[in-house]
Design a protein around this ligand. Structure first.
Ligand code: NDP
Length: 286
């Protein structure tokens, strides 16, 4: 789809969220060459704003917490991934006024697993990101187990998207090995918790997973990625951010993204912000 706006104006892009001030997406997409900015929009204004942005020269936007469902709802067309996940993180504005929705969180994860064993996975969490991850893994034929603190949400998720809800009894934690472990919980960003004690994992058992993916990220890395890196292959939340961003870039521009430049921008931003990166509510915005 080609960019909206006038023939001569440089197309504009951005990330719509609430709150969104700590997003690394502007640094990442600016490094890739886009005119890209933060777009803080409260829930009561999101629908009108998403419809109005093309008139201000926007050719596309990323959409993040808590607006991914609203983004899907305003779209005229949606990819199979966005429809089945029930959320869109990327909108494309066509010159004719049409809005197309896609979800690049799912292919972003799969890109990080290239060449890795992919037959089985355990997903921790049953929130919005877990839906995209379970959908992505199921789409490649992976056998998926889902554990969540609130078990009813895990059961509802697998009922809709497939997979098996996992429960844990006693102190043993999850005992099944799997090719992939994906943490989609916000546990480490919860200020009332420390480390990964709230997850059904023992760090000594992380070698059971050929790849450990942690969607969460924070300055200095998470406890899970640090412990897993001593024992197995790790994909951190910043790499997931880069890969979903690269796919959004490609949808908007039709060109391959400069992934190395995007990765460098994201990691430098993280280091620059250091301990100051601690948003209200403790939840970074992808
Ligand atoms: P949601 O709010 O939709 O879901 C939060 C999940 O975390 C739920 O499963 C919730 O369980 C669980 N959880 C929260 N607190 C705790 C806790 N103290 N102990 C155990 N489980 C807990 O969030 P998202 O799915 O959108 O995001 C989840 C994480 O992934 C966040 O850290 C987010 O920043 C990150 N993320 C990263 C992306 C990237 O590009 N790297 C992209 C998207 C998300 P329950 O149902 O019991 O409340």
């Amino acid at each position: 789809m080609s960019a909206g706006g006038s023939a001569t104006a440089r197309p504009r892009y951005g990330v719509v969220g609430w709150p969104v001030s700590h997003s690394r997406s502007p640094a990442m997409h600016q490094a890739a060459g886009l005119d890209y900015q933060l777009l803080p929009v409260p829930p009561e204004r999101v629908e009108a704003t998403l419809r109005a942005l093309p008139a201000s020269g926007f050719a596309g936007v990323n959409v993040t917490i808590p607006h991914k469902g609203a983004a899907l709802a305003v779209a005229d067309t949606a990819s199979v991934a966005a429809r089945e996940i029930g959320a869109a993180n990327t909108l494309l504005y066509a010159p004719d006024g049409g809005i197309a929705a896609d979800n690049t969180d799912a292919p972003g994860l799969l890109a990080t697993l290239t060449g890795r064993p992919q037959a089985s996975a355990i997903v921790l969490g049953a929130g919005g990101s877990a839906r995209a991850i379970v959908w992505a893994l199921r789409s490649i034929g992976c056998e998926v187990g889902v554990w969540n603190r609130t078990s009813a949400r895990a059961e509802a998720l697998v009922e809709e998207l497939g997979g098996t809800a996992l429960s844990v009894s006693g102190d043993s934690g999850l005992v099944e090995p799997a090719d992939i472990l994906v943490n989609c919980t916000a546990l480490e960003l919860d200020r009332s918790s420390s480390g990964i004690d709230g997850l059904p994992l023992s760090v000594d058992h992380l070698a059971r997973y050929a790849t450990v993916v942690d969607l969460a990220y924070k300055p200095g890395g998470t406890v899970l990625t640090a412990e897993a890196a001593k024992r197995t292959f790790v994909v951190d939340g910043l790499e997931i951010l880069v890969q979903q961003g690269a796919r959004s870039f490609e949808l908007w521009t039709g060109r391959p993204a400069d992934v190395a430049a995007m990765r460098s921008a994201v990691r430098n931003t993280a280091e620059d912000h250091g301990a100051a990166y601690d948003p209200p509510g403790g939840k970074p915005v992808p």
